[in-house]
Write a protein that binds this ligand. Structure first.
Ligand SMILES: NC(=O)c1ccc[n+]([C@@H]2O[C@H](COP(=O)([O-])OP(=O)(O)OC[C@H]3O[C@@H](n4cnc5c(N)ncnc54)[C@H](O)[C@@H]3O)[C@@H](O)[C@H]2O)c1
Length: 361
């Protein structure tokens, strides 16, 4: 087992990376009266593990159907009621077993249950392992926007069992690889080269390659989180690919592109913008494009250009007049810019459409 950790003020959050359930089960057995939220698909696929957890003295297990439309205040309230009715207490620890949706929702429940109880995240998707489980951002969606209600509530521990990835569908694997491609650009060499050379192995879920990738990705995220726990500054670099990515997700009503797919398209579009603003060399743009092409799937799904521009303007209102982009300025370097022109955004969207990543309406 490998253990990494990240610093939160004067304490550290351990991140166990293993290929068995033993770390999780021994933590649960020492937990008193644990409250457990399990993604219902994971519960179906891993019946033996859920049975073992159910047999732990005092454990209260709830299942949750992970879908973006269920990551809302109503489902949080259902879980709160479920645990209150079963006498979960202030000193209980909540365990979230599932992907980013289960983690965000359950972490939020932990943050507000009796003014906050401790929680442990057990990520079961690649995206949750490399991204959402690390950093303490928890929350739910609101009709007026994604992740609009939430908190910073750090887990006391993150327990990863990479065997969960064996059952992960390819589309979900690609979502995790979207965030990993972003880390590759942020972190630079030699990680960028490693990802570029190993996309086929990663898509084939080759264990050693996945484990190394998860470790370096987590280490990359932790560097930003430790410097900026509440996302007031440099942690915003992690939004590389997300300004255009979010606009595409929102313009298509969240059902068309998965988050990680939108991030991959956003990464190419924002790199295209950076090249046209003479921030990024054409040769570096080509390298990013080549890496993304190996991961992303071609898609003919239609995206309305006006809607994308509207979503960016909506963000602009939210941020007092400026749309802030994180743009690559090289492999391993980004800059924040708020002077991206509409013409550059339109040019980038046309490019990703011509490249087959989406179609424009
Ligand atoms: N908190 C953060 O910092 C942060 C960062 C990035 C993303 N997010 C959030 O994460 C969410 C996306 O997370 P996700 O991509 O993990 O989605 P998810 O939780 O919906 O999981 C994706 C799908 O995979 C299934 N699944 C989970 N584990 C499985 C397994 N081992 N085998 C087979 N199927 C499995 C789920 O049931 C679901 O259908 C979004 O809501 C996003 O906003 C949060």
């Amino acid at each position: 087992m490998k253990t990494l950790s990240y610093r939160v003020n004067s304490s550290r959050v351990p991140i166990h990376i293993d290929d068995s359930d033993s770390a999780l089960l021994s933590l649960l057995r020492s937990a008193g009266k644990p409250a457990v939220v399990v993604d219902s698909r994971v519960a179906d696929l891993y019946k033996g593990l859920i049975k073992d957890i159910g047999n732990i003295d005092g454990a209260v297990v709830a299942t949750f159907s992970a879908a973006e439309e269920n990551k809302d205040i109503e489902h949080a309230e259902e879980l709160l009621t479920y645990f209150l009715e079963r006498d979960i207490r202030r000193d209980s620890v909540l365990y979230a077993i599932g992907g980013g949706i289960t983690g965000d929702l359950s972490g939020f429940v932990a943050a507000i249950f009796q003014r906050g109880i401790q929680y442990v995240h057990v990520p079961t998707t690649l995206l949750a392992m490399v991204d959402s489980s690390v950093g303490g951002k928890v929350g739910v969606n609101h009709d007026l926007g994604k992740n609009m209600i939430g908190a910073f509530h750090q887990p006391i521990s993150i327990v990863m069992n990479t065997n969960f990835l064996e059952t992960l569908p390819k589309a979900e694997l690609i979502c995790g690889l979207g965030e990993i491609a972003k880390y590759a650009v942020l972190r630079g060499e030699p990680f960028f080269e490693f990802i570029d050379k190993n996309t086929a192995r990663l898509l084939n879920k080759e264990k050693k390659t996945l484990e190394k990738t998860i470790r370096i990705s987590v280490d990359t995220k932790k560097r930003y989180v430790e410097k900026d726990l509440r996302e007031a500054g440099i942690r915003a670099h992690l939004n590389l690919g997300h300004t255009i990515g979010h606009a595409i997700e929102s313009a298509t009503g969240y059902g068309t592109f998965k988050h990680g797919e939108a991030v991959l398209i956003g990464l190419v579009a924002e790199s295209h913008i950076a090249m046209h603003m003479k921030l990024l060399r054409p040769s570096s743009f080509e390298r990013i494009l080549k890496m993304v092409r190996q991961i992303a799937r071609q898609s003919a799904a239609g995206v309305d250009m006006e809607q994308v521009l509207n979503r960016l303007t909506f963000d602009k209102k939210m941020k007092a007049g400026k749309v802030r982009f994180v743009l690559p300025a090289g492999i391993g370097r980004v800059v924040m810019r708020d002077d991206v022109s509409t013409k550059n955004v339109v040019g980038a969207m046309k490019f990703v459409a011509a490249d087959g990543l989406l179609s424009l309406k």
